[in-house]
Design a protein around this ligand. Structure first.
Ligand code: ATP
Length: 367
């Protein structure tokens, strides 16, 4: 529609072996990532996994330890943050308190020596886009948190940067506003034709916003893919944990063949689907990942995977969320649509294609 045009001049951004160490500690192991103009990329992972380090390397706020960054074939990792000209939105907004909304948004254009009439036109357009036209003369302290966040976004995009970097931009907002602003950010990204890299530890935020997710763990990429790819085919137990596989059961393989992997432990016997074609050995330690909604109460005559005693029952509308413990002490999360009371002994079942078997590896998965 009128007034909308792609701001992004970005064709392709290539990160090649980008890494960063702090002394002996490698915060980001070599990262390879190709970003296409117009994409919305989320960097997702738990606290300390290296998300902010990766973003700051992109921004030029941190020098790389190794690797290179190219924007349409031109090296940019040697440039200062100003020369890269990326838009940045931080958690704390970092607005100038003594400047009006209009002056905050105009600041970057003024610094670049853009003509006054052009500044007025562009600031007017961006303020309309983020729906702050009526608030243009106010100071940041006179705005709500969500409005301040929109000023920060307006300021970051008014220079029409080739890339916009956002670091947990919604974490200072309350839950309702976070949801609204999430929609706003996606709309602005689309309407303005931005290319965005967005850091978050919130999987729901990442899944709802991003075209592709980069899941990091301990400074390494666990998986890169679309929300559907990660949701349907998590590459490892860390990604599975982020994608709603609340049950990560440490079990031991008893046999494995074309029909599936059988594993047991803590009062459970499960037949699951291996995530890769590699064969599993008898006696091998595995993590079997199951979503709460895929665990069910066994039908009459069906052999379940275990018996478990319901301990906590929460009402969630049409379904109950049940926390139960097997006789071996393994905690299970499941959804039930029939009546369950604390103390009930449940026979729990799962379909083999809903139980993913991952190699346990050395790393512990945070839950
Ligand atoms: P959070 O969500 O908590 O911000 P993050 O995923 O963004 O976490 P980073 O801030 O990138 O993680 O940090 C990655 C690792 O590097 C952490 O182990 C952190 O302790 C370490 N680290 C970060 N900055 C420094 C620094 N200036 N000096 C030394 N170590 C650092």
């Amino acid at each position: 529609s009128a007034g909308r045009r792609p701001a992004s001049q970005l064709g392709r951004l290539s990160l090649r072996g980008v890494s960063r160490a702090y002394g002996a500690h490698t915060a980001l192991h070599p990262l390879d990532l190709e970003i296409t103009g117009g994409e919305f990329i989320a960097l997702l992972g738990p606290s300390g996994c290296g998300k902010t380090t990766a973003l700051n390397c992109l921004a030029g706020l941190l020098p790389l330890t190794a690797g290179s960054i190219e924007l349409d074939g031109r090296r940019v990792d040697t440039l200062s943050p100003e020369k890269r000209g990326f838009g940045m939105v931080f958690q704390n907004y970092a607005l100038f308190p003594h400047l009006t909304v209009r002056a905050n948004v105009a600041f970057g254009l003024k610094m670049r020596g853009v003509a006054k009439a052009e500044i007025e036109r562009r600031v007017g357009e961006v303020l309309r886009l983020v729906q702050l036209t009526e608030h243009a003369a106010k100071h940041p302290a006179q705005l709500s948190g969500g409005q301040q966040q929109r000023v920060a976004i307006a300021r970051a995009i008014v220079t029409e940067p080739p890339l916009v970097l956002m670091d947990e931009p919604l974490s200072n907002l309350d839950a309702a506003l976070r949801l609204t602003m999430r929609g706003e950010i996606r709309r602005i990204h689309q309407d303005f034709g931005l290319t965005t890299v967005y850091v978050t530890h919130d999987q729901e935020e990442a899944l709802s916003l991003a075209d592709r997710l980069v899941v990091l763990h301990d400074g390494r990429v666990s998986q890169i893919g679309t929300p559907a790819e990660l949701y349907e085919h998590p590459a490892d137990a860390h990604v599975a944990a982020f994608m709603g596989y609340r049950n990560l059961l440490p079990l031991t393989v008893t046999s494995a063949d074309a029909a599936g992997v059988r594993a047991e432990g803590s009062g459970l016997r499960v037949v699951g689907t291996p995530v890769d074609a590699d064969s599993f050995r008898d006696g091998e330690q595995v993590l079997v990942a199951i979503r709460p909604e895929d665990l069910r109460i066994a039908a009459e005559g069906e052999t379940g995977i275990c018996e478990a005693v319901a301990e906590i029952v929460e009402y969630h509308g049409r379904v109950l969320h049940v926390e139960a413990a097997t006789r071996g002490g393994q905690r299970l999360h499941l959804k039930a649509s029939q009546a369950v009371r604390p103390g009930d002994v449940l026979s729990v079942a799962v379909d083999a294609d809903r139980a993913l078997v991952f190699r346990a590896g050395a790393a512990q998965v945070a839950q």
